[in-house]
Ligand binder design. Structure first.
Ligand code: C2E
Ligand code: CA
Ligand code: CA
Ligand code: CA
Length: 281
């Protein structure tokens, strides 16, 4: 209960105590939720500039607890990573995502090419089974490997470079596209970008927010877009919230975009209705 300050004065540090209690609570309840199949996956539509066709969805994990309430991923993903829960959490997200692809293919997205992009954490590269898992799950459901993409951050790749590169290469050899998430926020050197086994650059939301009024942001996106073209990489811009941001992005080039302007991430119960009404506009 007491913590020692460097000047020798003992203080009751309530804030730290509460933080530790919250961590323990979230970890315990998250563990239960995962094993009870209560962790949810929401889908956020991804569209193409100019046509505004839906080309895919990003799968985003949701932990909504009956008493704690909504716990944001930025809180529970790090807890899962630090408490050995990340592989089970990730498996649950992958499994649900593949099932959703199957249902969409037979339902609201019938006859259309689309993908579901799944976020993966460094922990999921450990044990070298990610590529096997994903590929056999797709085979089981008789789905093309183009129907799943994986999103990975540079930070995740850096945690164990050899292991990550092995798994990513195996995934790509099977036709699964890899997106480098949060691009521009890490320490990417451009020469290294050329050697990574990736297919897509996902421009971080921080460069998209207010890009219509901040010329430096538009300049950064133009440059990244040009670079991606030179390296034959696709581009996804995330966090498009306003029409002005959309128009500015569309003036730069053809890419995939996602953001609240089109839709927030939606629970499975709402996704079909969204697609149906979107397609009928
Ligand atoms: P991310 O991969 O960069 O995901 C994009 C985040 O931006 C999501 O937050 C999404 O809800 C939010 N977003 C999308 N469009 C907009 C917009 O127009 N405006 C604003 N303000 N936000 C927008 P979310 O769902 O809270 O997820 C946060 C992070 O948690 C993700 O960032 C990802 O790093 C991580 N995460 C979520 N689900 C998973 C998962 O299943 N596995 C792993 N490993 N990480 C996950
Ligand atoms: Ca992502
Ligand atoms: Ca991102
Ligand atoms: Ca992010």
């Amino acid at each position: 209960r007491e913590s020692r300050k460097s000047n020798g004065v003992y203080v009751y540090d309530k804030a730290i105590h509460e933080k530790i209690a919250r961590l323990a609570l979230v970890e315990r309840e998250l563990r239960k939720a995962i094993s009870n199949g209560e962790l949810q996956v929401y889908l956020q539509p991804i569209v193409q500039t100019s046509t505004h066709d839906i080309v895919g969805f990003e799968a985003l994990a949701r932990f909504i607890h009956p008493t704690i309430g909504f716990v944001p991923p930025d809180e529970f993903i790090p807890i899962a990573e630090q408490s050995g829960l990340m592989v089970d959490l990730g498996d649950s997200v992958i499994k649900q995502s593949v099932q959703m692809v199957k249902k969409l293919q037979n339902g609201a997205m019938k006859g259309k090419a689309f993908y579901v992009a799944i976020n993966v954490s460094a922990k999921q590269f450990e044990g070298h089974s990610l590529a096997n898992k994903v590929v056999s799950l797709l085979q089981q459901h008789q789905l093309p490997t183009s129907s799943i993409r994986l999103e990975v951050t540079e930070t995740a790749i850096m945690q164990d470079m050899d292991m990550a590169l092995n798994e990513l290469s195996a995934l790509r050899e099977n036709g699964i596209k890899i997106a480098l998430d949060d691009f521009g926020t890490g320490y990417s050197s451009l020469s290294y970008l050329q050697t990574l086994p990736i297919d897509v650059l996902k421009i971080d939301r921080s460069f998209v927010t207010d890009l219509d009024t901040q010329e430096n942001k538009a300049a950064i996106i133009k440059t990244v877009f040009g670079l991606a073209n030179l390296l034959s990489l696709d581009v996804v811009a995330e966090g498009v919230e306003t029409e002005a941001e959309l128009k500015t992005i569309e003036s730069i080039g053809t890419m995939n975009i996602q953001g609240y302007y089109f839709s927030a991430p939606l629970p499975w119960e709402k996704i079909n209705a969204f697609i149906d009404s979107y397609l009928n506009i």
